[in-house]
Ligand binder design. Structure first.
Ligand code: G3P
Length: 221
């Protein structure tokens, strides 16, 4: 499973990238707005840090306007994947963009039916917002599992991207479900490294080492 970081913060992306585990980056209008920076400048900065798929979202709602906007965003950098919302207008735009070879990420997907429509129109990635399904009492991971199975059954090329990940268990479950990609907030990626037994084990190893070295020093003296 590929691991993307879900943030528009350059500091977070740099840090997560330095750990060597990041395959790509996803942003959305809320994440970019939080940064208070120019959209294109920020996407290009991100492309300079991570050599992998970088998602940047359209904000137009009608296909007639979404298509030129998506073409412009896609032209910024070869790694840019344009995020298209799961709406009828979005799917109309997606059909055109797929035919032109533009890489896409269909966003705001909450059901298998929506995912199927995106896959039929050639989406590169289909982002299932599983955390938001959980928020309203649904089972977001079940949607991820359904999408993985059905895409496989019918040979769709679209990849299932588990999004709206809220905690480390979501990452575990997305991997078990066979999601091709998980996009994970910086905070949750940091949590993925953590285990109390690792800390205790390391502490013990170092204490034993220091004790043995001190004894050796005394023996030699
Ligand atoms: O980037 C899309 C998605 O991951 C947003 O997550 O936490 O706002 O539901 P969240």
């Amino acid at each position: 499973m590929k691991l993307f970081v879900d943030t528009a913060s350059v500091a977070e992306i740099r840090e997560a990238h330095s750990w060597g585990v990041i395959d790509g980056v996803t942003t959305n209008p809320s994440l970019v707005a939080k940064e208070g920076v120019d959209f294109k400048t920020r996407i290009l900065e991100i492309c300079d840090i991570v050599d992998g798929p970088i998602s940047a979202e359209t904000v137009q709602l009608r296909a007639e306007e979404m298509v030129p906007e998506a073409r412009e965003i896609a032209a910024w950098h070869p790694n840019v994947h344009v995020k298209i919302p799961m709406t009828r207008e979005g799917m109309k735009a997606l059909k055109v963009l797929s035919a032109e070879g533009i890489k896409t990420n269909v966003t705001l997907v909450f059901s298998l039916n929506q995912a199927l429509l995106a896959a039929k129109n050639g989406a590169t990635f289909v982002s299932v917002f599983l955390g938001r399904v959980d928020d309203i009492g649904g089972d977001g991971m079940a949607v991820v599992r359904q999408c993985v199975d059905v895409f496989e059954n019918y040979g769709f090329d679209s990849q299932v991207l588990a999004a709206s990940i809220r905690h480390p268990l979501h990452v575990v479950q997305a991997a078990e479900a066979g999601a091709h990609i998980s996009t994970v907030p910086y905070k949750v990626i940091k949590q993925m490294f953590e285990h109390p037994l690792t800390d205790i084990g390391l502490e013990r190893f170092l204490a034993d080492w220091e004790k043995a070295m001190a004894e050796l020093k005394v023996a030699k003296a």
